[in-house]
Write a protein that binds this ligand. Structure first.
Ligand SMILES: Nc1ncnc2c1ncn2[C@@H]1O[C@H](COP(=O)(O)OP(=O)(O)OP(=O)(O)O)[C@@H](O)[C@H]1O
Ligand SMILES: [Mg+2]
Length: 608
C-alpha cells in the first residue's frame, strides 16, 4: 500500500486529468445509480393499476418520503404526457431510461478518457526515471546487480505497475461513489432492508483481505524470477558464440528451463490466489441478496410496507452494488501484487549515488599543468588493488603503465575518470581534487579508449558522434584518418553511414578498436587514456592500431596502459606496477640499464 502512494506521486503532473476523471466519475456513478431508479415507474406502468390518477403536482415532504415523492412525480409527468395511453407512457419512460443510460456511459467514457493520459503519463515518467537513474548510477552498482534483473525492473515491473496498480486509480473514485450513491437510494427506498447490506460490507472486507494477504510475497517471487530469466537470456545472447563453441546449449537450456519452470509455478500460485477475489465476493454478495429476498419478500407480501416495483428496483440495486464491490476487491489485490513490482522499481530510483557532484562543484574548462595521484589507496571489494600509489603527469607528456595482468592498470583509468572514488589519497587535476569538480567537466577533459572496444548498434557516424554531437562529416572522416580507420570505412558501400551491428559485431577486432580510437580523437580532449588491447590482434592490425594510437597521442597528455611493451618505448615515463604498487619508474633506456622487472618483462615478450 505504501508503494501505491509512492506511485501516486508520479501522477502529480497529470492533476488536470485526474480532476476531469473525478468529475466524470461522480456523474457516472450518479447516473448509474439513477438509471435503476428509472426502472421503477416502468414497472409501475406495466404491472400496476391506477398509475395515472396523479393529476395534481405532488409536494415534496422531506427525505423520508423521497421514494413516494419520486413515484408520484413521475406518475404526474407521465399523466401530463400520456393521459390514458399505456403504451405512450411506456415510450415516455423508455426515453427517460435511454437518456439516463446514455449520460451514464458518456461520463463513464470520459472518465476513462482522462485516465488514459494519466496512466500512460505515469508509466512513461516512471520508466524514464528508472532509466535515468540507471545511467547515473556508478559502475560499481552494476558489478553487484545482474543486468537482466535491472532490465526486468525497467520493463516487466513497470508493466506490472501499469496493468495492476494504475487501473486501480480508475477505481478509487468510481466504485466507492457507485456504492455510496446506490446505498443512498437503497436507504431511501427501504431503511430496514439496507441494514443487512451494512452488515455485509465489513464482513466481506475481512474475508477478502484474508485471501489477499500473501499476494505481495507471491508476486515478488514471480518478479524476481522474471529478472533471472532475463539475465540468462542476456548472457545467452552475448555469449552465443561460446555456448555453441563449447557445445553448452543443453546446459544453458536446462538452466533456462529451470528458471522458467519456477516462474510457472510461482505465477500459477499467484494467479489462482488472485482469481479467488471475484468469485468470493460474488458468492458473499449472493448470500446477502438471499437474505434480502427473504426479508424484503416478507415486507412486500405480509407487511405490505414495500410496493412491488420498489422491491424489484431495490433488488436490482443490491445486485448492482456487487459490481463495484468486486472491482474494489480485485483492485485491492492488484495493489498488493503491484506493490512488489513498484518496490523493485523504487529500489533502483532510491539507490543513493555515492558519486554525485558536490553542491559547489567546480566546472573546469581545460587542462593546464598536471595530473597528480597523491598517495591513493583503492579497493573494489576487500583487498586493496592500489596501495600508496603516487604519480605526477605533466601536461603534454605520455606516461605508460605496464605490469602483470591484474596489477591494477585499468583501475587507474577507472579512478581518474571517476568511475570509482579512491578510498584514501587524492587525485588532482591542475591542483584541484577531482571529487571537487563536476563529473561532467572532468570527463569532458578525458578521452577514453577502453580495453574492449565498446560500440553501439548504430552507424559508424553516430558511434563517433557520441563525444561530439555537432561533428561534421569532414571532421568524422578526419578522425577516422587519424585512427587509421578511414581506409576500411571508405571501402564500405555505405561509408560512414554503415550500421556496425550489435556492439559492432559486423567488424573485425582491429576495426572495432580503431573506431573506438577515432571516437576519442573526434572528441579531442586534452587528456587521453588508452587501455590498449593489442594482444587480441594479429601483427598487421596491431601495426595499424599502433599507428592510430601514436597519431592520437601527438600533442596530448596521455596515460597509456600497454600490454605490448614495444608500443611504449617512446613514452616520457614508464611506470611499472606490481600488485597495485609502483616498483619501477623511468624511461625505456633508464629501465633497461636498471636491469630490473621492466627489463625482464621486455625480455619475456621478445621471446614470445
Ligand atoms: N569491478 C571489479 N570488482 C572487483 N574487483 C575488480 C573489479 N575490477 C577489477 N578487479 C580486481 O582488481 C585487480 C586489478 O584489476 P585491473 O583491471 O586494474 O588489472 P589490469 O592491470 O588492468 O589487468 P590486465 O592487464 O589484465 O588488464 C584485479 O585483481 C581484479 O580482480
Ligand atoms: Mg586492464
Amino acid at each position: 500500500m505504501k508503494q501505491f502512494f509512492n506511485i501516486l506521486k508520479y501522477a502529480k503532473p497529470y492533476k488536470r486529468f485526474a480532476i476531469g476523471h473525478i468529475i466524470s466519475n461522480i456523474l457516472y456513478a450518479l447516473f448509474g445509480a439513477l438509471s435503476f431508479v428509472a426502472l421503477m415507474p416502468m414497472l409501475d406502468v406495466l404491472f400496476k393499476e391506477n398509475t395515472f390518477n396523479k393529476v395534481s403536482k405532488p409536494v415534496y415532504q422531506g427525505i423520508y418520503h423521497l421514494n413516494s415523492f419520486y413515484k408520484d412525480f413521475m406518475a404526474y409527468q407521465i399523466n401530463l404526457y400520456a393521459q390514458d395511453d399505456k403504451s405512450k407512457a411506456l415510450i415516455f419512460i423508455i426515453i427517460f431510461i435511454i437518456i439516463l443510460f446514455l449520460l451514464k456511459n458518456i461520463f463513464g467514457y470520459l472518465a476513462y478518457y482522462f485516465m488514459v493520459f494519466l496512466r500512460n503519463g505515469v508509466v512513461r515518467d516512471l520508466r524514464n526515471a528508472v532509466y535515468k537513474k540507471t545511467v547515473e548510477l556508478p559502475l560499481s552498482y552494476f558489478s553487484e546487480q545482474k543486468k537482466g534483473d535491472i532490465m526486468s525492473r525497467v520493463t516487466n515491473d513497470v508493466s506490472i505497475v501499469q496493468y495492476s496498480m494504475l487501473p486501480v486509480l480508475e477505481l478509487i473514485f468510481r466504485e466507492p461513489l457507485s456504492i455510496i450513491f446506490t446505498l443512498i437510494i437503497m436507504l431511501i427506498i427501504s431503511v430496514k432492508l439496507t441494514v443487512f447490506v451494512f452488515i455485509f460490507i465489513p464482513l466481506s472486507g475481512i474475508i477478502i483481505s484474508r485471501i489477499g494477504k500473501s499476494l505481495k510475497r507471491k508476486s515478488d517471487r514471480v518478479q524476481t524470477e522474471q529478472g533471472v530469466i532475463l539475465t540468462i537470456l542476456e548472457e545467452t545472447l552475448t555469449g552465443l558464440r561460446i555456448i555453441k563453441g563449447f557445445n553448452a546449449e543443453e546446459k544453458f537450456d536446462a538452466k533456462f528451463q529451470e528458471s522458467s519452470t519456477r516462474s510457472y509455478h510461482f505465477s500459477n500460485k499467484l494467479l489462482n490466489r488472485q482469481n479467488l477475489a471475484a468469485p468470493t465476493s460474488e458468492f458473499l454478495g449472493i448470500l446477502v441478496i438471499s437474505v434480502l429476498l427473504w426479508y424484503g419478500g416478507q415486507l412486500v407480501l405480509i407487511d405490505n410496507s414495500l410496493d412491488g416495483s420498489s422491491f424489484i428496483a431495490y433488488m436490482g440495486l443490491a445486485y448492482n452494488i456487487m459490481v463495484p464491490a468486486k472491482a474494489i476487491a480485485r483492485g485491492l489485490y492488484n495493489i498488493k501484487q503491484g506493490d512488489a513490482a513498484a518496490e523493485r522499481i523504487q529500489e533502483i530510483i532510491d539507490t543513493p549515488n555515492p558519486l554525485v557532484d558536490k553542491e559547489n562543484a567546480i566546472s573546469i574548462t581545460g587542462f593546464n599543468s598536471e595530473i597528480i595521484f597523491d598517495k591513493i589507496f583503492f579497493k573494489y571489494e576487500n583487498e586493496y588493488v592500489l596501495k600508496d600509489f603516487s604519480l605526477k603527469i605533466s601536461k603534454g607528456k605520455t606516461i605508460a603503465l605496464v605490469g602483470q595482468s591484474g596489477s591494477g592498470k585499468s583501475t587507474i583509468a577507472n579512478l581518474i575518470t571517476r568511475f570509482y572514488d579512491v578510498n584514501d589519497g587524492r587525485i588532482l587535476i591542475d591542483g584541484l581534487d577531482i571529487r571537487d569538480l563536476t563529473t561532467k567537466s572532468l570527463r569532458s577533459q578525458l578521452g577514453i579508449v577502453t580495453q574492449d572496444a565498446i560500440l553501439f548498434n548504430e552507424s559508424i557516424k553516430n558511434n563517433l558522434k557520441l563525444g561530439k554531437d555537432d561533428a561534421s562529416d569532414e571532421e568524422i572522416i578526419e578522425a577516422l584518418k587519424v585512427a587509421n580507420a578511414w581506409e576500411f570505412v571508405n571501402e564500405l558501400p555505405l561509408g560512414i553511414e554503415t550500421n556496425i551491428g550489435d556492439s559492432g559485431n559486423k567488424l573485425s577486432g582491429g576495426q572495432k578498436q580503431r573506431l573506438s580510437i577515432a571516437r576519442a580523437v573526434l572528441k579531442s580532449p586534452p587528456i587521453m587514456i588508452l587501455d590498449e588491447a593489442t594482444s587480441a590482434l594479429d601483427t598487421e592490425s596491431e601495426r595499424l592500431v599502433q599507428i592510430a594510437l601514436e597519431n592520437m597521442m601527438k600533442n596530448r597528455t596521455s596515460i597509456v596502459i600497454a600490454h605490448r611493451l614495444s608500443t611504449i618505448q617512446n613514452a616520457d615515463e614508464i611506470v611499472v606496477l606490481q600488485k597495485g604498487k609502483i616498483v619501477e619508474k623511468g624511461t625505456h633506456d633508464e629501465l633497461i640499464i636498471k636491469n630490473g622487472i621492466y627489463k625482464k618483462l621486455v625480455e619475456m615478450q621478445s621471446f614470445a
